[in-house]
Design a protein around this ligand. Structure first.
Ligand code: PGA
Length: 256
């Protein structure tokens, strides 16, 4: 358990996977098997945009939250292919990923843009799950903490009004989709660094103790218990293993 201070959260990031019928089956399987004593672990799922209506419908009345995988910082307008915070909220989302490393890599998202997206999320009542993490080269060059600090400061810079309504996902890029999970020690070291940094930020301060810091990167039912036992790891952002509801459920069970 994560130090007993924060309720664990397990979030599934489906990325660009599943079709509507598969999404509906997934939701039904998860709902029917999720422990009814729902209090122990929070659960959220991040489907692709076209799946949001079916997922929101299937999960109505459940304790499982729904989130978008990205949003545009603007309210609306001429941004072909993008999605606004208002549209996500309207589709039943309460969360949104900001700055996932695949967005940074595939779409050249800058640290500064990630901050504007997080601010837009808050304006629409969505909780931004801000993703950050170093590449393998950055880790090998001893630059991990420098990169995390840069990404965190930039992501939070525009959040002046409600600075504590967010969560972080530490996702070392070298661990995402590679099968190479960070060891509990490596992940805890990064999480402790991020929490100390948050505690020192104006507007966050002591509230840092209550913020959820998730780990992401090749989390499996086997690796989850060792990670969640760390003091500053409050849950998971799960990619590949979230696509099979049995694996996802096993991770949820292993996190409570
Ligand atoms: P993975 O993805 O679990 O497949 O490594 C995690 C993520 O990118 O959120």
């Amino acid at each position: 358990m994560s130090g007993g201070r924060r309720r664990p959260l397990v979030a599934g990031n489906w990325k660009m996977n599943l079709l509507q019928a598969e999404a509906a089956v997934w939701c039904r399987a998860l709902r029917s098997d999720l422990p009814t004593s729902k209090a122990a672990v929070g659960v959220a799922v991040f489907p692709s945009f076209p799946l949001l209506p079916v997922v929101a419908r299937e999960l109505t009345g459940s304790s499982i939250a729904v989130g978008g995988q990205d949003l545009h910082p603007a309210e609306k307008g001429a941004h072909t292919g993008d999605v606004s915070g208002a549209q996500l909220a309207d589709a039943g989302c309460t969360w949104v990923l900001c700055g996932h490393s695949e967005r940074r890599r595939d779409h050249g998202e800058s640290d500064e843009l990630v901050g504007r997206k997080a601010a837009a999320a808050l304006r629409h009542g969505l909780t931004p799950l801000i993703c950050l993490g170093e590449t393998r080269d950055e880790r090998q060059a001893g630059r991990t903490f420098e990169v995390l600090e840069r990404q965190l400061r930039a992501a939070l810079a525009p959040l002046d009004s409600r600075p504590v309504g967010f969560a972080l996902a530490y996702e070392p890029v070298w661990a995402i989709g590679t099968g190479e999970t960070a060891t509990p020690e490596i992940a805890q070291e990064a999480h402790a660094f991020l929490r100390r940094l948050l505690a020192g930020l104006e507007g966050v301060g002591p509230a840092a103790e209550g913020l959820s810091l998730l780990y992401g990167g090749s989390v499996t039912p086997d690796s989850a218990p060792g990670l969640i036992a760390q003091a500053d790891i409050d849950g998971f952002l799960v990619g590949g293993a979230s696509l099979d509801p049995r694996n996802f459920l096993a991770i949820i069970r292993g996190s409570g």
